[in-house]
Design a protein around this ligand. Structure first.
Ligand code: NAD
Length: 725
């Protein structure tokens, strides 16, 4: 007999009921209305037929176990509808609580991913067995979307693991564990190799625990490690604010704070009250702006970008089998590693065999580290290294179906290396340059097949940075664009697509962030305050330290080239106030940045940053000169956001999702904003509020803050930045 179609009821003769999650209308099970209705019915029936039931197994007929809440609903929650969310959430919690306290053993047979609400469902069971399926992930990643696990996840992990482990292993980082690591960290109780094995283990648990209950529903239960009054907790407590600070950098991320509050307050009261506390903190986050920003970026935009919203339609997907990487320096070595890790054969070419071997050694070091940390096996590491062939001979590039060039940033050198190899590689090989600034259209002039030439801009360090900016030159064909897109996905990175322009999107926009920070130093603001403002705005790197990393000479070179290009085209160059600061730092004080041993910071012999250079105060700082701290933070954020709108106007950017994702993953635009255009959408007062504030900044700090026409028009028309048509 079928109780409902979303949760299927299967009962065997021995009295074991298997609740099979199997939403007939979706590929994954989610917390939709049909599920809520089914859960209510199933709970009633379990209670009504309690005496005929020996135990309960919860599993799913889908690839994933349970996908949790529907983010399309959550992103629409407003303070006005928050109470409905609270009530709906409490209703589900009460059903789960009734099943949990039925007095019968309940086992979660986790057959696939159980993240967020999926894992919370499993937590309401007495015993968790995870199928060791490839790609299966378990955990509570809500914090990464600006939320907290509001389905009992905070309350139960605290009671199961103790407050310290619950916070550090599950709640504050949002780690997604594979089944083995979930077992090691206490998130599940057993793992199984096959579905049959999993179900057999579930039955064995039921046989052995006829009257199972949660530990916290047994007499004499105490939270492991004690409550906050317990010495162990007290010993850990001072670390939490520091941990929180480290995680948020002082930037406006409300979720970690609410998670800690829900955990600590909930640990001091009974289970039911703790669930209400958790729900209040959850609803507060869901109704706020940060979770909307983060859901938009890290769920919807990321999905749009990775699924190929920008990939030309109608071009058949193609995989690369052998790639030529030209230049085995910092970038080439990292690109070679990332390609080899994805199973692609790599020929790594430099001017000498020695230089190429050195580039391969970089992969050797990364592999050794991964093996030592247990992230890969020795066999896999050996196989990866065997795929990389270092060489100095062009002839070794025969048969390569893609080329990624990463030699020095010099147009004529890039032309030369492509000329050397264009007839050696496969006749239709995709031709890519990793230039970070040079216009792709001009670089393409160095090859015969300009339609197959494209920009593939990686970020440093390549093995860690998830983004690749694809740049379409004027003559780049759709086929090349689609193949470049496929290659980026093949190496498990996220591709954004932009049209050609000097500095493209990322290099150009990050320049505005840096310039704004440097300009503030030039105005006489205390440099340490400038650094603090960047951190509190949520930037992962402080602005002056980032400038030192990039070196002061490189942006100066780029700026001079840009100025020449503008003037040659008959235009007038508008100097940025940062320019004189950079010029003085390089020419007068000989401080070209970290690689030169001195920049805005002082560096020790080991290259480590020591402190801000005291000379900055002497030469630039005006004692007592202060501007509002909010202005300092917003000048950096606005400078980037306003230029992004100009890039949309100029047609360099064609998608809002690309701008948001590219800004967060590529150039460290703060994640709490949801990306550089979502920051404008979500600004206090919406687009009109943003425009008004930009005008205020323009009046105080210069015309560069004047809002572009596109922004003003959208604000006037009540629109937001969106790809939705
Ligand atoms: P690098 O100086 O570390 O490496 C360049 C390598 O190219 C050197 O090993 C050099 O020997 C080699 N080379 C020079 N001439 C060659 C030739 N004729 N044939 C083969 N190899 C040759 O430079 P990098 O930082 O790896 O940058 C390489 C490219 O990537 C540049 O275009 C740069 O703008 C771009 N890029 C750099 C970064 C970054 O953060 N460093 C980020 C994105 C893109």
């Amino acid at each position: 007999m079928t109780e409902s179609t979303t949760i299927r009821w299967e009962q065997d003769r021995s009295g074991v009921v298997t609740l099979v999650l199997d939403d007939p209308n979706q590929s994954a099970n989610t917390m939709n209305q049909a599920f809520r209705d089914s859960l209510a019915k199933v709970t009633d029936r379990l209670e009504a037929e309690r005496d005929t039931i020996r135990g309960i197994i919860v599993t799913s007929a889908k690839k994933t176990f349970f996908a949790g809440g529907d983010l399309r609903d959550l992103i629409r929650v407003t303070p006005d509808t928050a109470q409905d969310l609270f009530d709906g959430g409490m209703a589900i919690k009460r059903h789960l609580r009734r099943i949990e306290t039925l007095g019968k053993p309940v086992v979660a047979a986790i057959n696939g991913a159980a993240l967020g609400g999926g894992y919370e469902l499993a937590l309401a069971c007495h015993h968790r067995i995870a199928l060791d399926a490839p790609g299966s992930k378990i955990g509570c990643p809500e914090v990464t979307l600006g939320l907290l696990p509001g389905g009992g996840g905070v309350v139960r992990t605290v009671r199961m693991l103790g407050i310290t482990d619950a916070l550090l292993k599950v709640l504050l980082q949002g780690t997604q564990y594979n089944p083995r690591r979930a077992l090691d960290n206490g998130l599940v109780d057993e793992i199984a190799g096959t579905r049959e094995d999993m179900l057999a283990k579930a039955r064995a648990y039921i046989d052995a625990h006829p009257e199972s209950a949660q530990p916290w529903d047994r007499p004499g239960y105490r939270i492991p490690g004690g409550t906050p009054a317990h010495p162990k907790f007290a010993a850990n407590l001072p670390a939490f604010p520091a941990n929180l600070r480290k995680q948020t950098n002082g930037a406006p991320y409300p979720a970690p704070r609410n998670i800690m509050a829900a955990a600590v307050e909930g640990s001091q009261v009974d289970f039911e009250t703790a669930e209400v506390i958790e729900a209040r903190y959850f609803v507060e986050l869901a109704a706020g702006q940060t979770s909307k920003n983060m859901i938009q970026a890290f769920f919807f935009d990321l999905q749009a970008v990775n699924s190929g919203a920008n990939r030309p339609r109608g071009v058949a997907p193609r995989k690369v089998t052998k790639v030529a990487v030209l230049g085995a320096g910092m970038m080439g070595a990292g690109i070679a590693y990332s390609c080899a890790r994805a199973g692609i054969d790599v020929v790594l070419k430099d001017v000498s065999l020695e230089a190429a071997v050195k580039g391969k050694d970089y992969s050797g070091k990364l592999c050794a580290k991964a093996v030592a940390k247990g992230r890969t096996s020795q066999e896999k590491a050996d196989a990866l290294l065997a795929r990389i062939t270092p060489t100095a001979e062009a002839a070794d590039l025969a048969g390569c179906d893609a080329v990624i060039e990463a030699v020095f940033e010099d147009t004529s050198l890039k032309h030369k290396v492509f000329q050397e190899i264009q007839h050696v590689v496969a006749p239709d090989a995709l031709l890519c340059s990793n230039t970070s600034t040079l216009p792709i259209t001009a670089l393409a002039e160095g090859v015969e097949r300009q339609g197959d030439f494209i920009g593939l801009h990686f970020f440093s360090p390549v093995d860690k940075m998830p983004l690749v900016e694809i740049i379409k030159g004027e003559r780049t064909g759709d086929e090349a664009l689609a193949r470049a897109f496929d290659l980026v996905r093949q190496i498990n990175k996220t591709p954004i697509v932009v049209n050609d322009s000097r500095g493209f999107f990322t290099s150009r926009v990050i320049g505005h962030f840096i310039n704004e920070g440097v300009a503030m130093v030039g105005e006489g603001i205390e440099p340490a305050s400038v650094e603090q403002a960047a951190a509190q705005a949520g930037y992962p790197a402080k602005v002056l330290s980032l400038m030192d990393e990039l070196t002061l000479t490189l942006p100066r070179k780029i700026r001079n080239e840009s100025r020449r290009a503008v003037e040659e085209a008959g235009g007038t160059w508008t100097a940025h106030p940062a320019e004189t600061v950079v010029d003085r730092m390089v020419d007068e004080f000989e401080r070209p940045g970290r690689s030169g041993g001195a920049g805005f910071y002082e560096y020790g012999d080991d290259g480590k940053r020591v402190r801000l250079w005291p000379g900055l105060r002497e030469h630039f700082t005006k004692a007592g000169h202060e501007i509002p701290f909010a202005d300092m933070r917003e000048r950096m954020l606005f400078a980037e956001a306003l230029d992004t709108v100009r890039l949309l106007e100029e047609g360099v950017l064609t998608s809002v999702a690309d701008a948001n994702i590219g800004s967060i993953l590529g150039i460290g635009f703060p994640g709490w904003t949801g990306g550089v255009l979502q920051y404008i959408n979500g600004y206090d007062g919406g687009l009109p509020g943003f425009v008004a504030r930009a005008r205020e900044l323009a009046e105080r700090y210069g015309e560069r803050f004047t809002p572009p026409a596109l922004l003003v028009t959208k604000a006037e028309n009540g629109e937001v930045f969106t790809d939705a048509r």
